[in-house]
Design a protein. Sequence first.
Length: 229
Amino acid sequence: MCVQRLWHNYCIPNNEYPVCQSLIQIVYYKIGNIELDSSAHSVLRDGEAVSLTPLEYALLEYLMRHPNRLCKRAEIIDRVWGQRFRYDTGTIDVHLNALRRKLGFSKGSPIETIRGVGLIYRSESAKAAYTIDLQAFVVNWLRSHEAEIQAHGLVPDLHLTPFVNELTIQPEALQKILDANLAALLPTARPGRLRINSKLTVQHFIFSLDINGTVSELRIPINRDFEGS
């Protein structure tokens, strides 16, 4: 999957947000027997395709994006339907009933209605996959360490794969690992190049930091069944 078609522009983080957070886009969700892949605009029930209207799809995606959280009716109308339906919260029920029917939900539906308040998509084990725009991620990560990299006389040299993949690692964890690896390399670093390399194999995404021949390598298994939290 090519990175460029997933992003209209890059998000540049400010001091209020971690570097990774503004560069991550969730594209795959799984709750129970229901899967939604927003990159392919597809929904599966027990592995079989489910045909939804655009509004049914948008409603399902919004609820799956926020599992186990009460989504208020006004919030859903604003985020899914937009301004023109702001005062017609009854339209949610029409589409919700059709959605439940198509997903095979009857009594005990995981999409629970809290009367007069909103909806909850209940899940004991929601799963999500993350897609990282690697080029933007690395550039912004380097910016966050610009002062210390320059202080050691290092010049970044990027050699990155142009592809993305779902990674079995939380974005915050990836940022912490890279921070720790850089911190371990800097004390003995001599002025020169900080090479940042990445490549994909069948089973792993390999990311490495190389300062004058001293290398720190991170291997991340590629797995769509990533446990999100």
